[in-house]
Design a protein around this ligand. Structure first.
Ligand SMILES: C[S@@+](CC[C@H](N)C(=O)[O-])C[C@H]1O[C@@H](n2cnc3c(N)ncnc32)[C@H](O)[C@@H]1O
Length: 320
């Protein structure tokens, strides 16, 4: 048990199998995630936190909460871009991922170079208790939103409003992806679309909407649904696309592209077992197009995401 984990091992929650993520998958995507994040929204979050500090007693610690923290990609990226002093609470139902997150985050420094405090909490977020967010200045979540249902978003919006906290939700899938040739390959452009891309994408997006332990998942519809709920509560919203642009001639990015194509095949087959042969044929064509003799050169796989930053209606104010 992590020294900072308030939940003893015998009460660790049973995770839904579709809500369990390999550390290797989170490692594979981390560089692409970092490159895709929107600096303007991070700068807005930094300004919000500075404003918050200005109305608090000197030296007041900023409290940041990361929901579905996994191996800590959010604090690892954000801590050096945000003012301090920072105290991060990392929440996940996966004890192993949280242990990795703790190890990766203990040495983090804030934008002024001071050490960051990191607490981990093993918690099933299937019901978002408002007390979980109490006292937060900034609630964060990355690559989480597609897993949740509409009721969960209500709870999130209510809890952020009750805590008077800002919200930074990054890398939420928007349900789009496409293969793009580079400019020099225009003669070969037709080879970069596949008649079954749309079919596999649609089956994958339907699979995304299955229950993954947090209700009937909204998948690519989650960001507009969250926006609507925050707007109803008077939050000020800023949103920007944050697509992965994976260059297929870069080994690390090509490895992520291959893992995605495999994952899309698996989910599409689970959703449409009656079309397994068709999906397997699509998968073989798409993998062949990534191979060294395919001429894919500087081609790109673009996968759509959205980042959203929201501030609560009242002027930033901390009681202390
Ligand atoms: C796609 S991963 C994203 C991890 C991390 N935020 C990142 O960007 O790399 C989703 C995370 O949500 C966590 N998660 C999923 N369902 C959960 C639940 N019901 N309660 C707590 N954590 C959950 C998973 O364990 C996983 O770490």
């Amino acid at each position: 048990m992590d020294a900072n984990n308030p939940i003893p091992p015998d009460s660790q929650p049973q995770a839904h199998p579709d809500a369990c993520f390999d550390a290797s998958w989170l490692d594979l995507r981390r560089a692409a995630d970092s490159a895709a994040r929107v600096p303007d929204l991070e700068a807005r979050a930094a300004r919000w936190l500075r404003q918050r500090q200005a109305s608090a007693p000197p030296g007041c610690t900023l409290r940041l909460l990361d929901l579905g923290s996994g191996s800590g990609a959010n604090p690892r990226h954000l801590a050096p871009r945000l003012p301090g002093p920072q105290q991060w609470t990392l929440i996940d139902h996966d004890v192993g991922l949280l242990a990795r997150a703790h190890d990766a985050c203990v040495g983090l420094r804030d934008a002024e170079g001071a050490s960051v405090t990191v607490i981990t909490r093993t918690l099933d977020l299937s019901r978002l208790d408002p007390t979980t967010l109490a006292g937060a200045d900034l609630v964060c979540a990355s690559a989480l939103l597609d897993l949740v249902d509409a009721a969960w978003l209500e709870q999130l919006a209510d809890a952020c409003a009750a805590a008077d906290s800002a919200l930074l939700v990054t890398l939420s899938v928007d349900g789009t992806w496409r293969f793009l040739p580079d400019a020099s390959m225009s003669a070969n452009r037709a080879g970069w679309t596949d008649a079954d891309d749309a079919f596999v994408r649609s089956a994958f997006n339907d699979h995304q909407r299955r229950d993954k332990g947090l209700g009937a998942a909204l998948g690519p519809d989650a960001v507009p649904a969250l926006r609507a709920r925050l707007q109803q509560r008077g939050f000020d919203l800023h949103q920007s696309p944050s697509p992965w642009r994976l260059r297929l001639d870069q080994p690390g990015q090509a490895a992520l592209a291959r893992a995605l194509i495999d994952g899309w095949r698996d989910a599409a087959c689970a959703q449409r077992p009656d079309q397994a042969e068709r999906i397997a044929a699509w998968h073989a064509r798409r993998l062949a197009a990534l191979g060294p003799s395919s001429g894919s050169g500087g081609a790109t796989l673009e996968v759509g995401h959205i980042d959203l930053f929201a501030t609560p209606p009242r002027p930033a104010h901390r009681a202390g």
